[in-house]
Design a protein around this ligand. Structure first.
Ligand code: NAD
Length: 485
């Protein structure tokens, strides 16, 4: 299992991976500064060529990616394909298809006082970027954010997680087949160096990870007023409308929650079920979980492992505390610490507990009962705005009421997770669950500076009525502007 040593980490499969030093970071940083204007000047075709190469390198390394995901997280190869490789390729291809259009400058409208001029928005590359990614979808999150970053014309340092070292190694191999280090470099390092990196004068930092680290990043980025995108986590709720057939939502919820052993930023964190549907919901979800993972879930090949010992202990403590606070395990609760296997667990909540305060990020689903929709809304809005929200209902009025009275980064209705991989939707949180948006055009904008450009075609400028000296004519023009524009 992975364990941080002083200048290295030992992985789950017993290998030692040495961390990059801060000196290495600074060297790469300087070389990228020197190269950023060249990269900025690249045409759409040149950028698309790079994306194509990246696409091909990923396909070439498909088996190595699957093996690395198994070594780091015990991910099943089909899950690795669906949740990491396919969405990465799909994002790269989508960017490539649309890049030329996204790079075009956008003319804007002129109101009457601006007649005699033309205005447009230029999306120019921000410059040198830092991308920091977590261990839970270590391939997908690193490669998609990197792809849109370079498509936007930037140079980048990608800082991958120390807890997915095998995947980091494959990523490095793939990227070295496409880029020189003065364009894209992978840094593999521990907490100490990671903390220093956002203090360097990057032009943009894109961070995916926990809310607490996100706050530190923002604080450190403020040293140089570096702009940030923060893709964070939170407690994403599910509400099932009292009138929605339970049988129609079980698979989506069971899959969405227990995919990657619940270690997914947008995983349903807890579920609000109508009090009259309690038994039916627990029965049907328990049956689905038994059918999916077998009687001994900890032995199932479909169950992804927990990333490391301390994360396992944290989830175990949350469950134990909840039980000692009077809440009840109604399914599962099976664990095999030696293999870091934590079986899917359902917890019926009767009283408050720490598990309802922090993001669970593990295969435990607390079930909270509600009386009416107002009750459910109140429960959600007492917490920070979540990253995702899952609603199961066919009733437009019910859906509108929930949407109107809550807020979240994204919403998925009658399904789970799907909105995240729909590349034409923005991905991101709100306040505690994140700042800024990623994916497709939204990611392209995030890595670009929206530069406002106005060109005057009038001799002396369109500003002539505002210029010195202030005459009677200019006063009259001012009165007309105030009255009519
Ligand atoms: P984490 O915040 O501990 O670490 C994320 C990354 O930040 C890692 O690469 C880590 O090495 C680095 N890091 C740690 N401390 C740092 C510091 N002080 N300065 C700079 N970098 C630092 O998160 P994690 O445990 O790797 O991932 C789990 C969290 O990520 C969960 O909260 C989850 O919800 C969130 N997440 C969000 C998304 C999203 O798209 N919104 C996706 C996946 C995961």
């Amino acid at each position: 299992m992975s364990e941080v040593l002083q200048n290295s980490i030992s992985s789950r499969d017993g290998q030692t991976f040495v961390f990059d030093t801060f000196d290495k970071v600074k060297t790469v940083f300087e070389s990228q500064i020197a190269n950023r204007q060249n990269v900025k000047n690249r045409s759409a075709e040149e950028r698309k060529d790079k994306l194509n190469l990246l696409n091909n390198e990923i396909l070439k390394h498909r088996t190595e990616i699957e093996e690395a995901l198994f070594k780091d997280l015990k991910k099943h190869s089909i899950e690795a394909g669906y949740s990491e490789i396919f969405p990465t390729l799909s994002e790269i291809r989508n960017i490539s298809r649309n890049l030329r259009r996204w790079m075009r400058s956008n003319p804007v409208k002129n109101s009457l006082p601006f007649i005699g001029s033309k205005s447009k928005i230029l999306l120019e590359p921000k410059g040198n970027c830092l991308i920091i990614t977590p261990w839970n979808y270590p391939f997908y999150l690193s490669m998609t954010h990197l792809a849109v970053c370079i498509a936007s014309g930037n140079v980048a340092i990608l800082k991958t997680s120390e807890y997915s070292p095998n995947v980091s190694k494959v990523i490095k191999e793939i990227l070295s087949g496409v880029f020189e280090e003065d364009e894209v470099a992978v840094i593999f390092t521990g907490a100490e160096v990671s903390t220093e990196m956002p203090k360097l004068p990057f032009d943009h930092i894109h961070f995916t990870g926990s809310t607490n680290v996100g706050k530190q990043i923002m604080k450190n980025a403020s040293t140089n007023l570096t702009s940030v995108t923060l893709e964070l986590g939170g407690k994403s709720p599910v509400i099932i409308d009292e009138n929605y057939p339970i049988k129609d939502c079980i698979k989506q919820i069971g899959w969405g929650k227990f995919l990657n052993a619940g270690q997914t930023c947008i995983a349903p964190d807890y579920i609000l079920v109508h009090k009259d549907k309690k038994d039916e919901f627990v029965d049907k979800l328990s049956t689905y979980l038994k059918d999916s993972f077998g009687e001994k879930s900890t032995d199932s090949e479909f169950l992804t492992g927990i990333v490391n010992k301390s994360h396992f202990k944290r989830i175990e403590n949350l469950v134990q505390d909840a039980v000692s606070d009077g809440n009840q395990i109604v399914f599962g609760g099976k664990m095999d610490k030696s293999r870091l296997a934590f079986g899917p667990t359902l917890l019926m909540m009767n009283s408050s507990a720490a598990i309802m305060e922090e993001e669970i990020f593990g295969p435990v689903l607390p079930i909270v009962l509600y009386n009416d929709v107002e009750d459910a809304i109140k429960f959600i809005t007492k917490k920070h705005k979540p990253l995702a929200m899952y609603l199961f209902s066919n009733d437009k009025k019910w859906l509108n009421e929930v949407l109107l009275n809550t807020s979240s980064g994204g919403v998925c209705i009658n399904d789970t997770m799907a909105h995240f991989v729909q590349t034409y939707l923005p991905m991101g949180g709100v306040n505690h669950s994140g700042i800024g948006k990623s994916h497709g055009y939204f990611g392209f904008k995030e890595f670009s500076n929206e530069r406002a450009v106005l060109k005057s075609y009038i001799k002396g400028g369109i500003t002539w009525p505002f210029q010195f000296p202030y005459t009677k004519l200019k006063k009259n023009i001012l009165e007309i502007l105030i009255k009519y524009f």
